[in-house]
Structures are given as structure tokens and as C-alpha cells.
Write a protein that binds this ligand. Structure first.
Ligand SMILES: NC(=O)c1ccc[n+]([C@@H]2O[C@H](COP(=O)([O-])OP(=O)(O)OC[C@H]3O[C@@H](n4cnc5c(N)ncnc54)[C@H](O)[C@@H]3O)[C@@H](O)[C@H]2O)c1
Length: 258
């Protein structure tokens, strides 16, 4: 037994959306902490590239909006590793025309995106959590929400840009926070911990006007680097957080305190 509270050696962890901007960094840091990583992504080329850079990483195709795909990955991991100790839900499925201003979002657009994103997180969490219960594994699950799951967007940040924050996103991310709390309560007796991480805006070459507007509102005075979100995930998956469940860990440079 190591003295390092953050050591994840021997833990099998699935990272959905592991090929993405934040996901790739989360996979790298979990790998450095000793975990066996399953980079689970819809995009094979992005996901395999990340897995190839890891010491103990494999890529597995996954579509979190398809329950058969979810069952396939869970069965395969149990067959190969005999366990799933951790799940990080950070895939970001959306419809092709996602990102419209409120006036143009029809009810069907809303429902489609809720089904893909919130429904996908739910289905993935359910599949993994029930297998953990069945196998008596005291696992840990981390769901990605956002500062927009907690607070309303400040639309002045998008002034003079083509950008907005879609209403679906706020509804979905708020939903993720509360289903996380529900399951933390429901699965607590099984020793399963389930928490969320809510990042603030991560710099990704956005419109310069937006970046300046955003940075003015952040106490730390800048957007996050993709690498700055991973520590929260390591903490929540590790023994350092053995008595933490139902928590929402906000990683936003102070944006939500204002
Ligand atoms: N980037 C930010 O500023 C920011 C801020 C707050 C919260 N978040 C949240 O963090 C998470 C990751 O964001 P990101 O910026 O890294 O996103 P991203 O778009 O860079 O990556 C998302 C990944 O999800 C994969 N994906 C899409 N649909 C999928 C599906 N159906 N099944 C499996 N994989 C699928 C994509 O292929 C991609 O690799 C998301 O939940 C996002 O809402 C991001």
C-alpha cells in the first residue's frame, strides 16, 4: 500500500470523451498516477492518438448515446480487466445545428440535445455503476458539468462575437449536477462515490473579444488551460477523496464567486 493518497496504480478507469480538449489531458494525468486508462470516444482518430501516448492506455470506440455501444465497452473491459474502478464522463455529444441563440432553439432541438448529452451521461453512469454494485467494487464516478450548470451565462461576454451559450447547455449541465447528487445518495450504501467537476471556460483560441470579456470577470484574470482541470479528477477518483461524494468541485479561477 502506497502512502500517496493520489496513487491510482491498478485502477481501471474509463474516460468518455478522452480524445477531447480536456479529456486528453485528464487521460495523461491519470496515466501518470498509475491508472489503466480506457480512452473511450466516438472519434477513433482523436481517441487512439491520446491512448498511444499513454503508458497504460487503450482506445475503445464508444457512443454514449447508444446503449448497445455502452454495454459492449463495459463487457469488454470486465472480460479483459475483471473490474472497472472509475468512470469519468466528459464526452460532449450534440446535434449538428447545436449552438443556436434562444430564439431559434425549438423544443425538438432541446429534447434531442438533452437526450444525447444528459441521457448519454445517465446511461453510461447507470451501466458502470450497476456493474460496480454487482461486482462489489467501491468505485468512483466523476461527471463533467460546467459553471453554466450552476449560474446563468453573462451574455455581455458574447457581445460583438458570433458566439453564444446555448440554453440546452445550461439545462443539461444543471441536470448532470442533480442526477450526480441523487446517485451519490442512492449508491452511497454500496460504497460508490459519485461527484461532479464544473470547469470554467478553457482557452481554445476563442474569439479574442470573448476572451478579453471573459477574463475581466475571472478573479484569476484568465481562462483555464486544459491541463488545469485534471487535478480535480485525480482527487475525486483517488483515496484522497474517500469520504467525498455528491460534491461539485468547481474549477473556474473564481468565476462563480462573483
Ligand atoms: N472546454 C470548456 O471550456 C469546458 C468548460 C466547462 C465544461 N466543459 C465540459 O467538459 C467536457 C469536455 O469538454 P471538451 O471541451 O474537452 O470537449 P471536446 O469537444 O474537446 O471533446 C469532447 C469529446 O467527446 C467526444 N464525443 C462526442 N460525442 C460522443 C459520443 N456520443 N460518445 C462518445 N464520445 C463522444 C468527441 O469525439 C470529443 O473527443 C464536456 O462535458 C464539456 O461540457 C468544457
Amino acid at each position: 500500500m502506497t502512502n500517496d493518497l493520489f496513487d491510482l496504480t491498478g485502477e481501471v478507469i474509463i474516460v468518455t470523451g478522452g480524445g477531447g480538449l480536456i479529456g486528453a489531458n485528464v487521460c495523461r494525468i491519470l496515466d501518470r498516477h498509475g491508472a489503466d486508462i480506457v480512452v473511450a470516444d466516438l472519434d477513433e482518430s482523436r481517441g487512439s492518438k491520446v491512448a498511444d501516448q499513454l503508458d497504460r492506455g487503450i482506445f475503445h470506440h464508444l457512443d454514449i448515446t447508444d446503449v448497445d455501444s455502452i454495454d459492449r465497452i463495459c463487457n469488454k473491459i470486465f472480460d479483459n480487466h475483471g473490474q472497472i474502478d472509475g468512470l469519468v464522463n466528459m464526452a460532449y455529444p450534440r446535434t449538428n445545428d447545436y449552438g443556436k441563440r434562444f430564439e431559434y432553439v425549438e423544443k425538438d432541438d432541446l429534447m434531442a440535445n438533452i437526450s444525447l448529452h444528459l441521457g448519454g451521461y445517465y446511461a453510461m453512469t447507470k451501466a458502470v455503476a450497476l456493474r460496480m454494485v454487482e461486482q462489489n467494487l467501491e468505485g468512483s464516478i466523476v461527471n463533467f458539468s460546467s459553471i453554466y450548470g450552476i449560474q446563468a451565462p453573462d451574455f455581455s461576454m458574447y457581445d460583438q462575437t458570433e458566439m453564444t451559450s446555448p440554453i440546452e447547455y445550461s439545462i443539461i449541465k444543471a441536470g448532470i449536477l442533480n442526477f450526480t447528487r441523487y446517485l451519490a445518495s442512492y449508491l452511497g450504501q454500496d460504497g460508490i462515490r459519485i461527484n461532479s467537476v464544473s470547469p470554467g471556460g478553457v482557452f481554445n483560441d476563442q474569439d479574442q473579444r470573448f476572451v478579453e470579456n471573459y477574463e475581466r470577470e475571472v478573479p484569476l484574470g484568465r481562462m483555464a488551460k486544459p491541463t488545469e482541470i485534471s487535478g480535480a479528477v485525480v482527487y475525486l477518483l483517488s483515496n484522497a477523496a474517500s469520504y467525498v461524494t455528491g460534491h461539485n468541485l468547481v474549477v473556474d479561477g473564481g468565476w462563480t464567486i462573483k
